[in-house]
Design a protein around this ligand. Structure first.
Ligand code: ZN
Ligand code: FE
Length: 238
């Protein structure tokens, strides 16, 4: 079971519960107090923190939640030195046993060098941190276009129905750029219309799916690392 709730200005918090064992993870810790409140509201006890990367809006609540719940902190091996309180560092390709669930670690460098995603086949879901956003991708703060291209390719290879849980609600600003990158893409136009309708009602546009992003996301659709780099540079200036 997955629940999603807004945190900070435009982050999302996520709770993942494996029902047989009752294990409960937060994916990243944008706001420790808000995550704590959401746990209490649902009568859940936090057992794990799964971090995608070291940015403060993803690890800021680690210590507070670890102190309060004794939660085990799991994070990407490549970023272990920058994840506060990390207990278990995992490399891409490793599988973390979460009760009856297998959680697959996928290395997704680009936004940061140590970034990872968590793929949960039992929920047909992947938590991508700041790698993919609806109609967008993360800024290349540390990595290269080639690294982001590889990372997006790995996520694009998951089953099309896989739900993508992105860590920010950046959809409408991404949409404004995406339609300039692909003015003739009718799937994209439809996606923008439905995203506007959701946001008008105050609803999240997350999760999206691999299949939807392959039809609408200019970064997922870039055919080469060079093209991805050009689109990313254009978005940075947009
Ligand atoms: Zn970030
Ligand atoms: Fe972020």
């Amino acid at each position: 079971m997955i629940s999603l709730f807004p945190c900070l200005n435009d982050n999302y918090g996520f709770l993942l519960v494996e029902p047989d064992s009752g294990l409960c993870a937060t994916i990243d810790t944008p706001d420790g107090a808000e995550i704590d409140a959401q746990l209490q509201k649902r009568g859940l006890t936090l057992t794990h923190i799964l971090n995608t990367h070291h940015h403060y809006d993803h690890v800021g609540g680690n210590q507070f939640l670890k102190d309060k719940y004794g939660a085990t902190i799991v994070g990407p091996k490549a970023d272990a030195a920058r994840i506060p309180g990390i207990d278990i560092a995992l490399a891409g390709g490793e599988v973390f046993k979460f009760g009856a669930y297998d959680i697959h670690i996928i290395d997704t460098p680009g936004h940061t060098l140590g970034h990872c995603a968590y793929y949960v086949p039992d929920e047909a879901s992947v938590f991508v941190g700041d790698t993919i956003f609806v109609m967008g991708c993360g800024r290349l703060f540390e990595g290269t276009p080639a690294q982001m291209f590889d990372s997006l390719s790995k996520l694009a290879a998951l089953h099309q129905d896989t739900k993508i849980y992105c860590a920010h609600e950046y959809t409408l600003s991404n949409a404004a750029f995406a339609v300039t990158a692909e003015p003739d893409n009718n799937d994209l136009k439809r996606a923008v219309t439905s995203a506007n309708a959701l946001r008008d009602k105050g609803q999240p546009t997350v999760p999206t799916t691999v299949g939807i992003e392959l039809k609408t996301n200019p970064f997922m659709r870039a055919k080469t690392p060079e093209i991805l780099g050009e689109i990313r540079a254009a978005k940075d200036k947009f």
